[in-house]
Design a protein around this ligand. Structure first.
Ligand SMILES: NC(=O)c1ccc[n+]([C@@H]2O[C@H](COP(=O)([O-])OP(=O)(O)OC[C@H]3O[C@@H](n4cnc5c(N)ncnc54)[C@H](O)[C@@H]3O)[C@@H](O)[C@H]2O)c1
Length: 274
């Protein structure tokens, strides 16, 4: 794993739930510590819920080369910025095992956007995890040159870790579900930007209508409002017909340091025991 933030630690968790070993590269010591606490608290329970599950080992490392050593699958989960992804994949291309699969967890960038950063785009693809262990779907998308045998291998392997896997059959910004979620998220933020309603009321109507335990604002809080903002900026750069008033709502919260569940406050409050 490259990055141990909201998603990196969760992907590591799922890949360690059948007794396997996961090596995670994370440069920020405080993130490594909070990931350790998360894994210690969650991995035994997840492993217990999987047929053939067993608590594996997750090493959290400052050292990139150590994290890449003998890895057959490398998954990147660094912030949603194209230049950063490009830099990271150039490093992975040079330092990963020559037969390792290189995968990106990006929510909105196709690996085709940075396939020129690697020498062998046949081993590169998108693997988009949601928020396991609660939201377990994974979507795969080719880099445009991905060896189909790699897609077949992951379709077979990931469900063994409790991760139902789906393939996007054509290039798509946002893959399958994130493309639909992008429209819901944007319009929900605009309803607030236009002064029509509030996050609390919108989530209450959503929950009453669809019978879910969460609404669009609760889900954005889980994702992290800075991450939602970066993803939205990418959609705006790709589609000049969109205006950006939904960003203003996000920026207001981000400027106060309210990034969602990870900071204890976003659109809603999250006391430590929640
Ligand atoms: N948050 C979500 O719900 C969610 C869901 C699906 C996909 N994603 C995608 O996953 C990716 C990561 O999102 P996140 O929410 O985990 O972000 P995050 O900000 O929580 O974590 C990113 C981590 O990457 C680390 N990092 C930065 N530069 C690095 C580098 N060069 N090498 C290694 N680590 C580095 C940071 O220190 C940080 O801990 C993004 O592309 C995002 O779009 C996020």
């Amino acid at each position: 794993m490259i990055g141990a933030g909201t998603l990196g630690r969760r992907i590591a968790l799922m890949m360690a739930d059948r007794g396997g070993t996961v090596q995670v590269h994370e440069p920020d010591a405080s993130v490594r510590e909070s990931a350790r606490r998360y894994l210690d608290a969650t991995l035994p329970e997840v492993a217990a819920g999987i047929e053939g599950g067993a608590v594996g080992t997750v090493h959290l490392l400052d050292d990139l080369a150590g994290a890449l050593r003998s890895a057959w699958l490398v998954v990147e989960a660094v912030p949603e910025r194209l230049e950063l992804k490009r830099e990271v994949f150039a490093q992975l291309d040079a330092a990963a095992e020559p037969d390792a699969i290189l995968a990106s967890n990006s929510s909105s960038y196709a690996t085709a956007d940075f396939a020129d950063a690697v020498s062998c785009p046949e081993r590169l693809l998108n693997t988009h995890f949601y928020q396991p262990p609660e939201l377990n779907a994974v979507e795969l998308m080719s880099s445009g040159s991905t060896d189909p045998a790699i897609i077949d291998l992951l379709v077979e392997r990931l469900p063994r870790h409790g991760l139902p896997t789906f393939v996007a059959h054509a290039r798509s910004t946002g893959f399958i579900f994130n493309r639909i979620w992008a429209a819901i998220k944007r319009e929900s933020l605009r309803v607030v930007a236009d002064g029509v309603s509030t996050p609390g009321d919108i989530d209450a109507i959503w929950q009453l209508t669809f019978g879910t335990g969460f609404g669009p604002f609760g889900l954005m809080d889980r994702v992290g409002l800075d991450v939602v903002r970066d993803i939205e900026r990418h959609y705006l750069a790709e589609d000049p017909t969109l205006d950006d008033r939904q960003l203003r709502v996000l920026e207001e919260y981000i400027a106060r340091g309210d990034l969602g569940v990870k900071t204890g406050r976003g659109f809603f409050d999250y006391p430590p025991e929640a």
